[in-house]
Design a protein around this ligand. Sequence first.
Ligand SMILES: CC(C)(COP(=O)(O)OP(=O)(O)OC[C@H]1O[C@@H](n2cnc3c(N)ncnc32)[C@H](O)[C@@H]1OP(=O)(O)O)[C@@H](O)C(=O)NCCC(=O)NCCS
Length: 149
Amino acid sequence: MNSMTITAMREKHLDAVVAIEAEVFSDPWSRAMFFQDMQADCAHCYVAVEDDVVIGYVDAWFVCDECTVNRIAFSKKKQRLGNGSTLLSYVMQEAACRGMKTFFLEVRASNMAALRFYEKAGFIKAGLRKAYYSDTREDAVLMSMTVFS
Ligand SMILES: CC(C)(COP(=O)(O)OP(=O)(O)OC[C@H]1O[C@@H](n2cnc3c(N)ncnc32)[C@H](O)[C@@H]1OP(=O)(O)O)[C@@H](O)C(=O)NCCC(=O)NCCS
């Protein structure tokens, strides 16, 4: 059992967030991109903290009754420990409490770990966006989940 806590993302967290971005993504978001996103009314961004260190984060948008998960990541040494599942559940719970009914996200077709992660969480493949990623022209798998209450 770890001591991970989840809290709203603040400017003070951004150095750690962009360090994880650079570690795990081939197309990392910049500090300015996160900062700009955090100002948007629809954005809900959270960090996962362990022993005062940011180990992961999620960036999601809540619009009407749709939640889009834009980014979720953990530093490599904190992956495959259940942390991602805990954080994804947290943001989805926050979204559901605010009336979100459908959840969407895109994932690189080659990102098998993330595809398995989302499928285990209950997402299903809903479509393919051809050559979606500008860096590699790789396809994006669109995944979705609808929550009925
Ligand atoms: C995707 C990510 C957020 C998942 O978080 P995590 O804490 O590693 O995932 P969890 O430990 O909660 O794993 C839950 C399930 O996802 C699947 N999974 C996670 N990592 C996996 C891997 N490397 N290979 C295969 N399945 C994997 C498994 O089914 C796992 O359950 P299990 O461990 O009981 O088999 C994390 O791996 C990550 O930060 N990846 C890099 C960034 C990224 O790709 N983000 C998603 C972009 S769309």
